[in-house]
Design a protein around this ligand. Structure first.
Ligand code: FMN
Length: 324
């Protein structure tokens, strides 16, 4: 009887996992086989000490990669059972997957899997067309299916109140030279396998912008190409804020992002109000919800764009060395 995953299954699934989003496209993950299980770990060499001192961002990114891994295995007919943080003594090992009873993939798994290569962060202005009710409902369901919640900010006053919290968090972060240096280090002006290509960084900010955008060295704005006046802003939250909750939230984030892609929607993320503890608490109170906000998204209809680069699978796999 087959008792574990093979190196070929790991390699194929990891190729999809690395398409997940990550803070500054640091891709803070490693994959390996141990005793027949696939293990996903945080890569300590890819932490962002100034931007992400608690490791929240690395855990959200690894959770998102884990969701892709789950989808890839399911679509290949080799579903895995997941244990989060399986070894208390090894907190960087964020998940272990062992083979489950084989079954056919569901239609939802198939359509979300097909969306993996089409998903990317779109930081450009969106069209003013509203996101229809059925798509909004699907996004909420995607979060709930992964034990999280999604709060859509409805109406100008809710969006304005959020924007004020986000802009003040952005100012707090921008005052920190360590944060600014780290961000600049991850901007790529030449082709590179990681970091944020300046071409994907979105347009330069303008004083009239409602929401703050991280300065990824983007191009000047074409005249008249302002951001949509009333963006659809969605806050993703989890029940608590332990390391495990953040891994759960990362999986929910990826499910929401892939559901949006499948519905023809574009998304950009803005996490400044999550990264500044006071702003995160203000956001939580303004929503009147239990639990913890883990990510904010701007959702709408955008122009087609391109996926950002990733390191190759060989660079993120730890395989046993086979003796010559
Ligand atoms: C935890 C986390 C926080 C992020 N915060 C922001 C943000 O504040 N602003 C932004 O433009 N993108 C943000 N992103 C998006 C990443 O920059 C993006 O995923 C990465 O550059 C890879 O590009 P892709 O999403 O197009 O694949 C965030 C992503 C993650 C996972």
């Amino acid at each position: 009887m087959d008792t574990g995953f093979t190196a070929a299954q790991l390699r194929a699934a990891a190729a999809d996992a690395v398409r997940a989003p990550s803070l500054h496209n640091t891709q803070p993950w490693r994959f390996r086989l141990r005793d027949g299980g696939i293990e996903l770990s945080i890569d300590p060499a890819r932490r962002l000490p100034a931007t992400d001192p608690s490791g929240w961002g690395a855990r959200i990114a690894c959770g998102a990669a884990l969701f892709n891994l789950r989808l890839a295995l399911a679509v290949a007919g080799t579903t895995g059972t997941v244990r989060l943080r399986p070894y208390p003594a090894e907190p960087d090992v964020v998940a272990r997957l062992v083979p489950d009873v084989p079954r056919r993939p569901t239609p939802t798994e198939q359509s979300l899997y097909a969306a993996i290569p089409r998903r990317f962060s779109n930081r450009a202005p969106f069209w003013p067309d509203p996101v229809p009710a059925d798509a909004r409902w699907r996004l909420g369901e995607a979060a709930r299916a992964e034990q999280c919640w999604l709060e859509l900010l409805i109406g100008a006053s809710a969006v304005n109140a959020f924007a004020e919290i986000a802009r003040s968090a952005h100012r707090v972060l921008e005052r920190d030279p360590g944060y600014r240096d780290e961000r600049d280090e991850w901007i790529r002006r030449e082709p590179a396998p990681d970091g944020v290509p300046a071409t994907a960084g979105g347009p330069q900010s303008e004083p009239q912008d409602l929401l703050p955008a991280r300065a990824f060295g983007g191009r000047n704005r074409a005249p008249g190409r302002d951001f949509e006046p009333e963006p659809l802003v969605a806050v993703l939250g989890s029940a608590g804020n332990t390391a495990t909750d953040q891994l759960v939230a990362g999986q929910a984030l990826q499910r929401v992002l892939l559901t949006a892609t499948d519905a023809g929607l574009s998304v950009s993320m803005l996490s400044q109000p999550i990264e500044v503890p006071g702003a995160r608490e203000q956001l939580r109170l303004s929503l009147g919800r239990f639990g913890t906000p883990q990510m904010v998204m701007r959702i709408g209809y955008g122009q087609p764009g391109v996926a950002t680069p990733r390191r190759t699978v060989d660079e993120v796999l730890d395989l046993p060395v086979v003796p010559a």
